[in-house]
Design a protein around this ligand. Structure first.
Ligand code: ITT
Ligand code: NA
Length: 184
């Protein structure tokens, strides 16, 4: 089976590809712009995205909307993570957090799969924002996110290691299990 992943982010594709490879599912990147609406939740953004794309793509496809939620900022940047990453960036986040003791944060990922209707799969990982960036793997906020129970940041892990515990890895797992049950 081949699955189209609608995203502009090659890092996400790499993770999905690695996850699905052993299951005999080939993931390929399809770059198509879709409106990311301003909404309170990742679920709403993802759902709007697949429904909007559904008339424009033939066959099943999925997308992923993710965010970094920082406790000390009541969940910011959350649904604004892509914008904040492009503007403030990692250094901006670290500057905002200078001297803050509460460094708790979580990543959340919502996968929306379209096969004639929408199916949502979510995953979450808890951790903390490090004092400095570490590691060169992964993408986005990975160098400053250390998952709970680990010494390494996501950027210091391999894709397989990150997939085992990450928000996206967990959403991909739920997605893969659903596919196994529902594909004839
Ligand atoms: P799409 O085209 O798939 O939307 P994007 O990079 O814009 O790609 P999002 O809208 O989901 O992705 O934005 C989430 C932001 O959070 C973005 O800046 C990502 O780099 C970052 N992000 C998402 N998943 C991440 C992960 O696993 N590790 C680190 N940063 C992540
Ligand atoms: Na995006």
């Amino acid at each position: 089976m081949r699955l189209a992943f609608i995203t502009s982010n090659p890092g996400k594709v790499e993770e999905a590809r690695k996850y699905f490879e052993p299951l005999g599912v080939e993931v390929y990147q399809l770059r198509m712009e879709y409106p990311e609406i301003q909404a309170d939740t990742l679920e709403e953004v993802a759902l709007f995205g697949v429904e909007w794309l559904s008339g424009k793509i033939e066959g099943p496809f999925f997308l992923d909307d993710s965010g970094l939620f920082i406790d000390a900022f009541d969940g910011f940047p959350g649904v604004y993570s892509a914008y904040v990453y492009r503007t403030l960036g990692i250094d901006g986040i670290l500057k905002l957090m200078e001297g803050l003791e509460n460094r708790k944060a979580h990543f959340k990922s919502v996968i929306a799969y379209w096969d004639g209707e929408a199916h949502l799969f979510t995953g979450r990982v808890d951790g903390e924002i490090t004092a400095e960036p570490r590691g060169s793997g992964g993408f986005g906020f990975d160098p400053i996110f250390k998952p709970l129970g680990f010494e390494e940041t996501f950027a210091e892990m391999t894709t397989d290691e990150k997939n085992l515990i990450s928000h996206r890895g967990r959403a991909l797992k739920a997605f893969a299990e659903w596919l196994k049950e529902n594909l004839k």
